[in-house]
Design a protein around this ligand. Structure first.
Ligand code: UN1
Length: 492
């Protein structure tokens, strides 16, 4: 299977000579090939998106939303198929793949509702016979750069608000997961989305991503990925005065207080640390535990980790799938080595798994360290794999301080039954998302998704907040007095 770009409503072969193979991380099998695009392919896509946008902006928002309802319906109809492709391509277990597709369906229906809201403001004017209001105006052609760990959901967080608001888009999916983008293109086509509204260009960040950021007709770049790449996107975008929305790394913590329901905390930690093999920006990678319950938590975690089944995510009984590729596997194992060198105590895991069929894929054993120093590399840097570090503290204040000590600020969580502690924590934890008595994952699409400090640059995906990325505020004053009225001057 060879995937082609989707530009101006038709399938077009990319201009580059190089192909990449899409490999199933569970067993190394080739799933598809993709020809890498060039700067010229991006120009073609931008041209068609720009032409389409003029007409699209004039389609009433509720009519634009009708396409989203249809896209949502088609995603629902094809949910099982999409989930199977997602598991094969990305590796997450099938139950989670279904969850991710559901997140996309939810986003379609939610954003379609915005077609009939998209609230602006009407305010009184300070002058007689004058009307004042603000509306959200589309921006134009927008560029979307999405990661491999949530190849559908994150793309829907960006593309659906973009189109309901009257923009057209160029989407560059991660090179590891082009098949989900291809599946979405089929859905856009079947839903009858006008040609040029949705454009997909496959290729590398260096070539396609850079060309999108540098193209004068692409006004917004919405990026989710690594902090390193995000910095480059922001720098290049800044030079070209682009609006750049960034979602980057995390080093998310679960705090377990001495009054917590420990069984529940164990479940929350397992799900948010080892689900998706730890490859969520929101994954729990630190557990900040109160001295009085540290031993109990350690024992229960180690016990519970023994029954986590590891293997191909298509097998319904498997709880933990592979990591995306060999490079990721080596990085994770590298951090385990760093942890050991730093003197952290390994309680469970710590190995690349190669027994039997696992040798054909990229599997890492769920890993638990304890007695980790809050300022060690293991506790500060993003690993993006199934590795958790326990850090001991003796008070809530210390727990919050340790949580806030990292350069990222995406998600955090506290397990406690004390309402006073819970309310102090939700106020003082400095992350963009806070959970109480749940792990660090599981954001719902109708609230803003994003983080503080090194995680982002002040923008948010999903929720109504996503519209802020893809619209400009336009303030409109209508004077129906028939005479010149001067604001701030004609005050009597
Ligand atoms: C991500 O981690 O990159 O909150 C996205 C969650 C999911 C989305 C995660 N709904 O874990």
């Amino acid at each position: 299977m060879r995937l082609n770009n989707y530009i101006g409503g038709s399938w077009q072969e990319a201009g580059g000579a190089d192909y990449t193979a899409v490999l199933n991380p569970a067993n190394g099998m080739e799933l598809a090939q993709v020809r890498l695009s060039t700067k010229e392919d991006v120009s073609l896509a931008v041209k068609s998106a720009k032409e389409a946008q003029r007409k699209w902006a004039l389609v009433p928002a509720p009519k634009r939303a009708d396409f989203l309802y249809e896209i949502g319906r088609l995603m629902k109809e094809k949910k099982e198929h999409l989930s199977q492709v997602l598991t094969k391509e990305m590796g997450k277990v099938i139950e989670e793949a279904r969850g991710e597709v559901q997140e996309g369906i939810d986003m379609a229906l939610y954003m379609a509702g915005e077609g009939r809201r998209m609230f602006g403001e009407t305010v009184p004017s300070e002058l007689q016979d004058k009307f004042a209001m603000s509306v959200r105006a589309p921006i134009g052609v927008v560029g979307l750069i999405t990661p491999w760990n949530f190849p559908v959901a994150i793309a829907t967080w960006k593309s659906f608000p973009a189109i309901v608001a009257g923009n057209t888009f160029i989407w560059k999916p991660a090179t590891e997961t082009p098949m989900m983008a291809y599946e979405m293109a089929l859905i856009f086509e079947e839903a009858g989305l006008p040609a040029g509204v949705a454009n997909i260009v496959f290729g590398s960040g260096a070539e396609v991503g850079t060309a999108m950021i540098e193209h004068p007709d692409v006004r917004v770049i919405s990026f989710t990925g690594s902090t390193e790449t995000g910095r480059h996107v922001a720098e290049t975008g800044g030079r070209h005065l682009k609006k750049v929305s960034l979602e980057m790394g995390g080093k998310n913590a679960v705090i377990v207080m001495d009054d917590a329901d420990i069984e529940l905390a164990v479940e929350g930690i397992l799900w948010s640390a080892f689900g998706t093999a730890g490859q969520r920006c929101t994954a729990c990678s630190r557990v900040i535990v109160h001295t009085d319950v540290k031993e109990e938590l350690e024992q229960k975690l180690v016990e519970a980790m023994k029954v986590l089944s590891i293997g191909d995510g298509l097998d319904e009984s498997v709880k933990i799938g592979p990591v995306i590729n060999k490079k990721a596997l080596d990085k994770i194992h590298g951090y385990v080595g760093i942890g050991k060198d730093e003197g952290a105590k390994l309680l469970a895991g710590g190995n690349i798994l190669t027994a039997g069929k696992l040798a054909d894929g990229h599997y890492y054993e769920p890993t638990l360290f304890t007695d980790v120093k809050w300022d060690s590399r293991l506790a500060q840097e993003e690993i993006f794999g199934p590795v958790v570090s326990l850090i001991e503290v003796s008070s809530l204040d210390e727990a919050i301080e340790v949580n806030n000590s990292v350069k990222f600020g995406l998600s955090s969580s506290i397990f406690s039954r004390d309402v006073n502690k819970v309310f102090r924590a939700q106020r003082d934890l400095d992350t963009g998302i806070v959970y109480v008595n749940a792990g660090t994952t599981g954001a719902e699409i109708h609230l803003p998704f994003g983080g503080t400090k090194g995680t982002g640059n002040g923008h948010r995906d999903s929720g109504v907040a996503a519209l802020d990325v893809f619209t400009e505020w336009k303030s409109i004053y209508i004077d129906f007095s028939g005479k010149l009225q001067r604001a701030q001057i004609d005050t009597d």
